[in-house]
Ligand binder design. Structure first.
Ligand code: PXL
Length: 278
């Protein structure tokens, strides 16, 4: 049987367990060929002090031109952390070039967390990211990213189900058919992801236990698992479930070592859950 193929457009944080060092093993474990288009190389992710940053923007066009000459095909285009407005526009061009009727475009609009933008990101950058979201079939923001994409205040707790549904509809109005909002919690004990499929008008909420520890890179673990599972052919709802369960397992596997392993989750010990999926 022909293998499905996803291209992950993301940075490579050499140490730190996020972006491509997470996307590659997870997508591969799901039995999907993982192609990478690296946007930058950093010594670590940006939550470490003193990271190096090598911009790879000028490599993105020649790499995609070579693939275009070869008539390469992607079943999924999955973008994550992008370092500049120029890179956003290059990803838009990439989608215009490679998206076919059977290509799923998944944009994880990486902008920030806990109400704050990541280092070096601005409100203007978030506005450009919202434009990229209009080219996606599925977008996967957290609550912070949703606020910046929609240009409204961040509400981190105490919101109603109707507020979340309205947020999902507004996010979908940016242009993506399906929206996943991560990090949604209606009570102290649980945390989950809220979904909206504008084609069917269906809302969903996949709940899991709330773990009172913060780890970096869990958004990338979630989005990479979702991208791999969706590309593999799972339904939107099933791919959301697999991604949520896998991320929670990976967080639980890290709890015994949470101070030393603050920079990312130990997803490696859970990869067998993905390789065993049909
Ligand atoms: O996990 C998101 C992410 C991806 N890439 C880089 C980051 C971050 C979050 O801090 O710094 C370089």
């Amino acid at each position: 049987m022909k293998m499905k193929r996803a291209v992950a457009i993301n940075d490579i944080s050499c140490l730190g367990k996020c972006s491509l060092t997470v996307a590659l093993p997870i997508i591969s474990a799901l039995g999907v060929e993982a192609v990478v288009l690296p946007t930058a190389m950093l010594s670590t992710h940006t939550a470490f002090e003193g990271f190096t940053f090598c911009d790879l923007t000028d490599q993105m066009e020649p790499v995609s031109r070579h693939w275009q000459e070869r008539n390469e095909h992607f079943d999924c285009i999955y973008s994550g952390y992008l370092g500049s407005m120029k890179q956003i526009s290059l990803v838009e061009d990439f989608i215009d070039t490679f998206k076919n009727s059977d290509t799923a475009v998944i944009v994880d609009p990486v902008l920030g967390d806990n109400g704050m933008l990541y280092k070096n990101f601005t409100v203007d950058f978030a506005r450009e990211m919202a434009k990229l979201c209009s080219k996606a079939d599925v977008i996967t923001p957290n609550l912070t990213e949703a606020a910046y994409l929609l240009g409204r205040d961040y509400v981190g707790e105490g919101y109603s189900e109707e507020y979340i549904r309205e947020t999902l509809r507004k996010l979908s109005a940016l242009g993506a058919e399906k929206v996943v909002l991560t990090g949604v919690s209606y009570d102290k004990k649980s945390l989950g992801v809220a979904t909206y499929d504008s084609a069917s008008g269906e809302y969903g909420y996949i709940k899991s236990d709330k773990i009172n520890s913060m780890f970096h890179g869990t958004g990338d673990v979630w989005a990479s698992t979702f991208a791999g599972a969706f590309t593999k052919g799972m339904s939107f709802t099933d791919a959301v479930k697999v991604a949520t369960e896998f991320t929670v397992e990976a967080i639980k596997a890290t709890l015994d070592d949470k101070d030393e392993h603050w920079y990312g989750v130990k997803f490696e010990s859970c990869l067998n859950k993905l390789t065993s999926l049909d």
